[in-house]
Every structure is written in C-alpha cells, then in structure tokens.
Design a protein around this ligand. Sequence first.
Ligand SMILES: Cc1cc2nc3c(=O)[nH]c(=O)nc-3n(C[C@H](O)[C@H](O)[C@H](O)COP(=O)(O)OP(=O)(O)OC[C@H]3O[C@@H](n4cnc5c(N)ncnc54)[C@H](O)[C@@H]3O)c2cc1C
Length: 371
Amino acid sequence: MDDCLVVGGGVIGLSLAYELSGRGLRVHVVDRGVLGREASWAGAGILPPARLHRDIEPWDWLRARSHELYPVWSRALLEATGIDNGYRRCGGVYVARSRGEAAALAGLAAHFRQHQIEFQRLDQPQLAECEPALTLGMASGRLKAVYFAPDEAQLRNPRHLQALAAACRQRGVRLSEGVPVRGVRRNSGRLIAVETDAGPLFAANFAIASGAWTDRLLQMVGIPSGIRPVRGQMVLFRCPDRPLRRIINEGSRYLVARDDGFVLAGSSEEDAGFDKSTTPGVLNDLEQMARDLVPALRQAPVQQTWAGLRPGSIDGLPYIGRIGSLENAFVAAGHFRSGLHLAPATALVISDLICRQPVEIDLTAFRLTRG
Ligand SMILES: Cc1cc2nc3c(=O)[nH]c(=O)nc-3n(C[C@H](O)[C@H](O)[C@H](O)COP(=O)(O)OP(=O)(O)OC[C@H]3O[C@@H](n4cnc5c(N)ncnc54)[C@H](O)[C@@H]3O)c2cc1C
C-alpha cells in the first residue's frame, strides 16, 4: 500500500510528492487530466522577494522559506533531470503611474523594510541603468514612483512542472493521469480510499491538492471550504530582442521577460466559474498596459493568449493542514496568486504532518474551518 496518495498533480501536489519521496515514502499522484496543465501551467512564475527573520508570521514564513528553497530545489532538479526550470534572480521593478499606486508602493516599501527585504527607490539615472526600457515613461513624468527589489525571481513554471514530474518518477513516485477522484471511503476517523472509475485507491495517508476544484472533494467529507476559481488571463508577446531585464510590477499587473525574448503580460482577477476562456476586453487591456509601459513592445506580435483558474480562498491565505478530525487526510490548496511561490514550503509542512513530525509554524491561520 502507498504511504500517501496525492490528489492533484499541479505544483502543490508534485512538490509534495517530490518532498515525500525524498524522505523515502511511497507516493502515488493522481490527476483527473494531464499533470501540471492547470493553474500551475498558466501562471507567470513570479517569486516576489521574501526573507526569513525572527518573529515572522506563518504566512510570511511560507513565502520566505519557499524563497530560500527555490534556488536549492532548482539546482537539485537540474542535476537530477537535466531540466533547467528557468529559476532566475532577475529582480523586480515596481512602478506607479497614479498617486494611488504611488501610495500603495509606499506601503510596499514599509513592508520590505519591516521584513528586511533589500530595495531602493530609483531616480531617473538609476532606472536608466536598472531597466532602460522604462526610462521614457519616467522622463515624460508618467511614472510617479519606481522601486527596485533585487531579490525578486522568476521561474518558467511549465519547465519546473516537467522537472518535478521527472524527478518524482526517478524517486519511484507513481504518476497517474486521466484519473478523476469521484468520492472517498472513510471509516470513523480515517480515510480508507478514494473512489475512481478504475476502482478504489487505498493508502495510509491522503493529501488533497486539487487546486480550484478542491471544494468539491472537501464537500464529500462534509467540510466545505472557501476555495473557488478566480480566472486570470495572460498575453505572451514574441520579441526579436530581449526588451526587458527585470520583472515589471504595476499594482496587480505585471510583465515578465523570459531569457529567449518572450514577454508575458498578466493578469486579471475574474469570477467566471470554471470557464477558462479568454475575453477580448481583458486581453486588449493587458496588451495596452504592456505597450504603454514598454514602448519596445508596440511592434511585438502576440504569440499566444490563455487563461487559468487560481484556487481562491476567502481571505487570500491557503488551506494547509489536517482535514477536520480525519487523522490521515490533509489539504494543501487555495494558494490563490502565490501557489508557485509557496509550493516548496507547503510541501515541507504537509510532509511533516504526514511523517508525524513537528511543524515549524502555527497552522491556525490556514485551517479549513476559518471564516
Ligand atoms: C494567470 C495566472 C498567473 C499566476 N501567476 C503566479 C505567479 O506569478 N506566482 C505564483 O506564485 N503563483 C501564480 N499563480 C497562482 C498559481 O498558479 C496557483 O496558486 C497554483 O498553480 C496552484 O497550484 P495547485 O497545484 O493548487 O493547482 P493546479 O495547478 O490547478 O492543480 C490542481 C490539479 O488538480 C487536478 N484535479 C482537480 N480535481 C481533481 C480530482 N477530482 N481528481 C484528480 N485530480 C483533480 C487538476 O486536474 C489539476 O491538475 C498564477 C495563476 C494564474 C491563473
């Protein structure tokens, strides 16, 4: 019998399987579709700066611990699989084009200061050096404030998912695609099996990491959560030269330059149920935002557009921990806009719970029954 059955092969489920198998456990991951093709594929792969320090809150610990683990995991995945997941500490520029955005950036600067995260406010010559593509905006007075955080990083998430899956296979993890979990079998305080079209799958422990679809499974054990899909749309530009060096953040929207010239523009936050269509209005807004901020993108053709469903929660925090009073069932879902970033630390925490080891943080803020 498997030590753990993981439902959902997105970044959360695969990171958990990677960590558990590294600790010597027998793991089976089942996904109703193709591994790593939902939100984890659709995301931008931005890893905002974060830093571990004393007296850190659990949410900031998740971010900071993950931030610390990413270079380590990326190196280990490259060595084990030969797949470069595109982890780069490229730095992030934060821009404000209105007074409201400038005030929000002042708040962000206070957060950076409190968490001892390196940053600086840039004047025009400094911006010209840091990110030349934006200097026109500053010279024309359209940029009211600009900050730079050198510790922001990026990941090519589709490649990261491939690397995780390959490393899991090497470690003996069973990865099953096209296997929707349709029900659960329980016996007093334990889950015994999950029901699939091919019959029940038994395991000693179960982890539910099914992203935006998690609430459906939790309802089967009688513990509904606040997890709901929040659609995000993306535009990918193809550029002959590399027009940007850094990640550019403006409020909740951003531009991410890949090494090979592609530039991603994202994203929206929409309540559209489980509909993954793109819409002309949102795509046009994203294109315009990108081309206004970076004039070099005005000639760049759009290569591809897509949408993904983030697993939203009632308060933006994930659900991480035991499922109700079930002693062998755990949830890791609802990571909203930060699931790619938070995956390694989430995997550590759930692995500690499954291995009955002390967890490094208080999980109260992430319990299912809050709100
Ligand atoms: C446009 C966009 C941009 C984003 N940008 C960033 C970013 O820059 N940085 C960041 O950190 N995060 C980002 N995110 C958020 C991040 O992508 C998500 O938080 C993260 O991918 C969630 O991972 P997951 O594994 O929980 O979900 P998913 O990747 O959605 O995986 C869940 C898996 O569970 C499977 N599943 C569902 N139900 C069942 C079932 N019943 N049985 C079996 N399998 C099932 C699904 O098929 C799916 O493969 C972005 C998201 C979007 C959409």
